[in-house]
Every structure is written in C-alpha cells, then in structure tokens.
Design a protein around this ligand. Structure first.
Ligand SMILES: NC(=O)c1ccc[n+]([C@@H]2O[C@H](COP(=O)([O-])OP(=O)(O)OC[C@H]3O[C@@H](n4cnc5c(N)ncnc54)[C@H](O)[C@@H]3O)[C@@H](O)[C@H]2O)c1
Length: 256
C-alpha cells in the first residue's frame, strides 16, 4: 500500500490519459483528488469513474495557462478539502513539426500550457503546501526533455524546460519540505501516442517493439504508479530527480 491515504492531490489534465489514470490511482489509495481539465465532460467522467469505484474526487474547470484559473482552483481545493499536499502538473499538448514549419503561435501556445502551466502551478501552490508542513510537486516532462528528436524542437524544448524548472524548484523549496521531481515517459498509450504513431506511419505495436526492450508501449498506469509513489511518504528523500519511464528504451539501454 502506497501511503497517500488522506492526502489532497490536484491533478491537471486529468480528463484523459495519464492524468485520468493518476487521479484514479490516487483515489484508489485513499487520497482526495481534484481533477482539473479544460475539457469539462472528460473531467466529469473521471470523477464519475472514481465515485463508482468508491473514491473521493471533484472536477474543477481549469486552463493551466491562466493565472486566474490557478488562483481559483487552488482556493476552491482548500475550501473543499481543507488544504493541499500534492500537485501533479500533467496537462500538456504535443506538436510534431519541422522547425521551419512551426509557427510562432504554435510555439507560444504550447509553451503557455507545457511550461507556463507548471510555473504558475508551483508559484501558487507553494503557500498551500507550506501550510501543511511540506508536500510534493510532480512535473510531467518526457524522454523528449532528455534527448533530441527530429520534429521535436517545440515540444522537446518545452519538456527540457520542465526538467530544469523541476530541479530549480527542488533547490529552492527543499527547506520547506516541498519535494519536486520530474517524470520522463516514452510513448504512453494515449491520444498523444496515437498522434505520434500516425506521424511516423507506424502502429502502436510497431512503436512498442521499436522503443522498448519490453516490446510494448507504456500503459497510462505504468506512469501513474511512479507519480503516486513520488507523492507518497515512501519517497520522502527524493527531490530534484528525473524518473525515466521508458521500458528500457533509448534513454536507458543502448540498442546494439
Ligand atoms: N502519452 C505520451 O506518449 C507521453 C509521453 C511523454 C510525456 N507525456 C506527457 O504526459 C502528460 C499527459 O499526456 P497524455 O498522453 O495523458 O495526454 P492526453 O492528450 O491524453 O491528455 C492530456 C489532457 O490535458 C488536457 N489539457 C490540454 N490543455 C490543457 C490546459 N490548457 N489546461 C488544462 N488541461 C489541459 C486535455 O484536455 C487532456 O484531457 C503531458 O504533459 C505529456 O506531454 C506524454
């Protein structure tokens, strides 16, 4: 049993994919979960699934690029559950395009969600975590934040920024017992992997065989397990770390 029982966790972008699996796993382990997303129906659906399984969750509409939204969501979380222990900066978008075809609008929009979102989240959640004597912030980066890839100038740069933002925050917030770690998955079976596979002209099975020594792509639950561990008491001495979840892919094992 991972010790997140009774903790209050805010998970952004939890209307689908990794965020939904993470919200469900937190709730299954006794945490109170705030599901946030720009897509209301999908967020409400996550809450319904959690309630059906006997867990506790609420949905709050949230655009992570909006500072006003962060202030409202975090205040509403405290009103509802009495405080905040965990923030998972999961919401993100993906663009694959040659640099010469990437528009400034695409770049700015992607950065406003993938990088400004986690910055604003940290900025506004720290006082709440400090009030509880500490807490955990978990940022979704990617293997694309560790290695270069063609067509990934925009997305990869955003995930590289999330990686070092994580370490800067860990250094700054350790004295308040606030831990900050980043997660670096390879392709996970969500809408993002469908898009990546379509651009590469491959099936998810082919991508799995190519990208992991385990011969399969990650399931959202494979990533959720690591996120919940980084929120739990068992990871109390981990901060500033980068946790690669790539099934022994190219960042871990050399293909020879
Ligand atoms: N799936 C992968 O292959 C993969 C690999 C590495 C890293 N990641 C990262 O993991 C995170 C989750 O990815 P996923 O695959 O579950 O994505 P997904 O597309 O399945 O879900 C992302 C969710 O974020 C929400 N969202 C988008 N913009 C938002 C905004 N401005 N404010 C709030 N919510 C917003 C979407 O509505 C959606 O419900 C992302 O940060 C992604 O970059 C994913």
């Amino acid at each position: 049993m991972t010790h997140v029982d009774g903790k209050v966790a805010v998970v952004t972008g939890a209307g689908a994919g990794i965020g939904r699996a993470t919200a469900e796993l937190f709730a299954a382990n006794g945490a109170h979960v705030v599901v946030t997303d720009v897509r209301h129906e999908e967020g409400e659906e996550t809450v319904r699934r959690i309630a059906d399984a006997g867990g506790t969750a609420v949905f709050l509409p949230h655009d992570v690029s909006s500072e006003e939204d962060w202030v409202r969501v975090l205040a509403a979380t405290k009103d509802r559950f009495g405080g905040i222990d965990v923030l998972v900066n999961n919401a993100g978008i993906y663009v694959i395009a040659p640099v010469t075809e990437t528009t400034l609008d695409q770049w700015n929009r992607l950065f406003s969600i993938n990088v400004t979102g986690p910055f604003l989240g940290a900025k506004h959640v720290v006082p709440y975590l400090a009030e509880r004597g500490g807490g955990s912030i978990i940022n979704l980066s990617s293997v694309a934040g560790l290695l270069g890839a063609a067509g990934h100038a925009c997305y990869g740069a955003s995930k590289g920024a999330v990686r070092i933002l994580t370490k800067d925050l860990a250094a700054e917030l350790g004295a308040q017992n606030i831990r900050v770690n980043s997660i670096h998955p390879t392709y996970v079976k969500t809408a993002m992997a469908d898009y990546g596979a379509a651009v590469a002209g491959k099936t998810l099975e082919e991508m799995g065989r190519q990208m992991s020594v385990l011969g399969r792509l990650a399931e959202p639950e494979d990533v959720a397990n690591v996120i919940v561990f980084l929120a739990a008491d068992e990871s109390a001495y981990l901060t500033g770390g980068e946790f690669v979840v790539d099934g022994g892919g190219g960042t871990s094992v050399l293909a020879v």
